[in-house]
Design a protein around this ligand. Sequence first.
Ligand code: TMP
Length: 226
Amino acid sequence: MSVAPGRLIVLEGPEGAGKTTQLRRLDAWLEQHGVPHVNVREPGGTPLGDEIRRLLLEPGRHMDPRAEALLFMASRAELMADVVAPALARGLVVLADRLFLSTYAYQIAGRGLPEGEIRQANALATRGIVPDLTLLLTIPAAAARARRERRGAPDRMEQAGHEFHARVERALAMFVSRDWQTDHPECGPIVAVDGDGGVEEVFERVLAQLAARWPDTFTALDESRS
Ligand code: TMP
């Protein structure tokens, strides 16, 4: 197994799409195959970021949408500086459970904040780091909603209501289009992965996307089955 050059791989999707489960599965696969990597999540992933995460997700807290956006950015700036940039410089694979595409979906489309200003603030937070690949897990809205409801106690973002989540889901669907990606080069390539199905079934689709791009690191599916 060759050591991978630094690569930033992001999983995104609506709450309930199964991205955290897939990331756990991918983490185990990389571990098993000896690929040096780190796992991060947004918001959070640093001591400051974890405190900001608590503030952002605490149910019932009132927050102006601009304050919310800037808190996500503050958590991101810290994560980029402390973890992501150094890990990429060391040649590690960085697996991210959400990144700034979520800001584009939740704060720009969901909250209706001005795109130009949010993109500028985000550029400050990311210091120009562009994901090498974002896998967007898709799942029928009703299935995602059912999974969210099974989880119980919704966080502040999950409490935002049906209309808000419908706007987020429409935006996520748009991000897969070539035109949108051409207009937003800071987001890097985004591909949809069908998240409907069992954990292993979906994981094969995730791995297939990665193997298609980086065959040296993510060996062919047949070899990867353990
Ligand atoms: P989760 O990743 O554990 O599902 O929770 C994070 C929540 O925060 C989720 O509802 C998406 C939301 N979020 C934003 O609204 N903007 C962002 O920039 C990020 C990273 C997450």
